[in-house]
Design a protein around this ligand. Structure first.
Ligand code: ADP
Ligand code: GLC
Length: 492
């Protein structure tokens, strides 16, 4: 394998340690960090959000003139520094990024999101030019950065500076596509000739993700399972035709886990460290968690979940399944989540009905997320779709057996106990396929039965789960192989 260091420009709208709404942020920190460790020359480009001002406000400042289109110029500033060991470029534009939210005002997406993230994307490329930093790879993440692939391919088409640069678009979640009215075409610099169903056009609107898929030199999904689902009508979020057109350029690379942060042996956020599921540490974490959540004492299985409150995560199955399970078993439930107020209201209702058995903490709380992972017996993740999913991977490491739906990255990371009478050996969790509350109820009752009646099986599964590793070192090598492969092909 060729070990020449690559210059990689990573563009992401959120990064853990700066701002985070979901797993994209975990990846946008962990992958660049690993690339740096492997000796590559990385620049991570993100918006300079007002809420992270204390990180970047003292970094050297440079003006940057960006032309999204041929008619107007926008002056931005860049701030360059090192954050969490990663050389970072922050794109400063107070009109765009000095707002209370990242993507929305709490309920409604900002109406100019397309322009905000187009400025991030074009600004990132322009920064390279102004600083004579010639990237081998522009690595765009999700719809927010997808248009960078178009700008590279079309706006900079004849620019010798980028002649050897190739783009990679990573799909963390293709359900979010960055749609906006076609009245933005001119502002975004998307010529009419690219506003057709094979590029940016989608039911009369602009679809930024779709345009990115059309123009990227390589595309990858965050798990092999999700990559293959994107080729189907059912799993492609309406983008089946364009994914099938680009099938040769589409691959899957499973995310890694940052075990520096998510390990029961070293986690600073949990009350007691543990190495084995039965060395007493996990039991003490569970007891402390139950006390913190106000749950009754006893040997009931504690089912936990940490999630964005969004339909994607399967709450329409989970909520009825929990009502039923609580009625017929002794299970206890600890939930942490923020998002859809309607889902939150339903979870609050469940907790009110079962005050000593159900706790729902509405909000975003990283330390509590760690305590739930450590103290839970099982982790519930019945997603409707799941590009990769990180929480089930964290759960495995803490011996908190995941119960997942057989979809996307969940299917790629959890080995189900298919037959509860079988040898546990390889099994690390529980899985159901049909997206119905009934199927989930059946699997929940299997889980509770194994917990109570087959403690040896449960322990064997925990032991196997805790030895699973999804290392970033391996995932980063796959990305490097993809970068090298795409460098050798003519621009798409
Ligand atoms: P997604 O990115 O679709 O939300 P993932 O499982 O890939 O799902 O990643 C979610 C990440 O966000 C995990 O690191 C998880 O711990 C974290 N997270 C989600 N919701 C919360 C919350 N309410 N409080 C703390 N952490 C959360
Ligand atoms: C997205 C997906 C999630 C994935 C994460 C990181 O938010 O919903 O499944 O793990 O991105 O790639």
């Amino acid at each position: 394998m060729n070990n020449t260091p690559l210059k990689v420009l990573v563009i992401a709208s959120e990064v853990e340690g700066l701002v985070k709404t979901g797993g994209l942020a975990d990846v946008a920190r962990a992958l660049p960090a690993e690339l740096v460790r492997l000796g590559h020359d990385v620049r991570l480009v993100t918006p300079a959000y007002a809420k992270t001002r204390e990180v970047w406000s003292n970094w050297p400042h440079q003006s940057l003139c960006v032309h999204l289109n041929a008619f107007e110029e926008t002056w931005l500033a860049t701030r360059t520094g090192e954050h969490q060991g990663i050389p970072t470029v922050q794109i400063e534009h107070s009109d765009s990024f000095d707002r209370a939210g990242i993507y929305d005002n709490g309920t409604t997406p900002y109406e100019d999101n397309a322009r905000r993230f187009a400025l991030l994307s074009k600004g990132a490329l322009q920064w390279c030019r102004d600083n004579d930093w010639q990237p081998d790879i522009v690595h765009a993440n999700d719809w927010q950065a997808a248009i960078a692939c178009f700008y590279l391919a079309e706006h900079f088409r004849y620019d010798p500076f980028f002649a050897h640069t190739r783009s990679v678009l990573t799909l963390h979640n293709a359900a979010y596509q960055g749609q906006c009215s076609s009245t933005w075409l001119r502002t975004l610099g998307i010529h009419e000739q690219f506003f057709h169903p094979g590029a940016f056009e989608d039911h009369g609107q602009i679809n930024l993700l779709k345009g990115g898929i059309r123009f990227a030199d390589a595309i990858n999904a965050v798990s092999p399972g999700y990559a293959s689902e994107l080729l189907s009508d059912l799993g492609s979020h309406g983008l089946g035709p364009i994914f099938r057109e680009r099938a040769d350029a589409l691959s899957g690379i499973l995310n890694g886990c940052d075990y520096g942060q998510w390990s029961p042996e070293t986690d600073p956020d949990i009350p007691v460290h543990f190495k084995h599921p039965d060395d007493g540490g996990k039991a003490r974490c569970k007891a402390a968690l139950k006390q913190e959540l106000g749950l009754a004492e006893g040997d009931a299985p504690l089912l936990v979940s940490i999630s964005r409150l969004a339909d994607q995560k399967g709450f329409n199955l989970l909520i009825p399944a929990l009502w039923e399970t609580l009625r017929h078993t002794d299970a206890q439930v600890g939930l942490l989540g923020s998002g859809d107020p309607n889902l939150a209201a339903q979870l609050h209702r469940l907790a009110r009905e079962y005050p000593s058995r159900v706790a729902f903490v509405e909000g975003y709380d990283n330390a509590l997320a760690h305590r739930l992972e450590a103290g839970g017996d099982a982790f519930l993740m019945p997603s409707i779709f799941e590009p990769c999913g990180l929480n089930q991977i964290y759960s495995l490491r803490y011996g908190t057996l995941p119960l997942v739906r057989a979809v996307g990255g969940l299917k790629d990371t959890v080995v189900p106990l298919a037959n509860i009478d079988a040898e546990a050996g390889q099994a690390t969790g529980f899985m159901f396929a049909d997206p119905s509350a009934e199927a989930l109820i059946t699997e929940l009752s299997n889980l509770i039965r194994v917990y109570h009646d087959q403690p040896d099986t449960w322990l064997a599964m925990q032991t196997t789960a805790m030895t699973q590793r999804f290392e970033w070192a391996a995932a980063a090598k796959d990305y490097v192989a993809l970068y090298q492969q795409v460098q050798n092909v003519p621009r798409h």
